[in-house]
Write a protein that binds this ligand. Structure first.
Ligand code: S3P
Length: 168
């Protein structure tokens, strides 16, 4: 019972991770929060002060700490599956679930939350649009290796129950 929730920024990983973990009495973790706690800095500070490549090292390190844990849902960062061998590591260590979300929905959500996200905070509308399209296309190669792909407009509290039922 180790579940890794994957998807683009704004896909609703933390939202559904919290609901599903509560329903199934699993622990819930957000990988960004694990990184922030370890580093004693916010994600934005880590990007600003250390750069993305150090962030990716910290992210991998935080992910690997889940090797010895069980009974959890981990909401990963949007980029987590796309660096090092993180995707195959997650597939060998648990069950990966991709929350697949239409571009228009991501755009709408990210436009509202843009300021808090270091990778996109400086973009105007056009740049944000282009960034999401390009990154999503590139990242779907990784996301699509997930054990389960859930369309976000069909997702419900029962979605996770159906996935769990395949394993018990
Ligand atoms: C990132 C997504 C963020 C966070 C960091 C990088 C990305 O996580 O890990 O800002 O590369 O897409 P969320 O997807 O939880 O927002």
């Amino acid at each position: 019972m180790k579940f890794f929730l994957l998807g683009f920024m704004g896909a609703g990983k933390s939202h559904w991770g919290r609901i599903w973990s509560h329903q199934h009495e699993l622990d819930f973790f957000d990988l960004d929060h694990v990184i922030e706690k370890e580093a004693g800095k916010t994600i934005a500070q880590i990007f600003d002060e250390m750069g993305e490549s150090i962030f990716r090292e910290l992210e991998k390190h935080a992910l690997h700490q889940f090797e010895g844990r069980d009974h959890f849902i981990l909401s990963c960062g949007g980029g987590t599956p796309c660096f090092f061998n993180n995707m195959s590591w997650m597939n060998s260590n648990g069950i990966t679930i991709y929350l697949k979300t239409p571009i228009e929905v991501l755009k709408e959500r990210l436009r509202r939350e843009q300021m808090h996200r270091p990778l996109i905070s400086s973009f105007n509308e056009e740049q944000l649009d282009l960034y999401i399209r390009r990154k999503l296309e590139e990242r779907e190669n990784y996301y699509n290796k997930s054990a389960f792909i859930v369309e976000s407009d069909l997702v419900s509290p029962n979605t996770f129950t159906e996935i769990v039922n395949r394993y018990v």
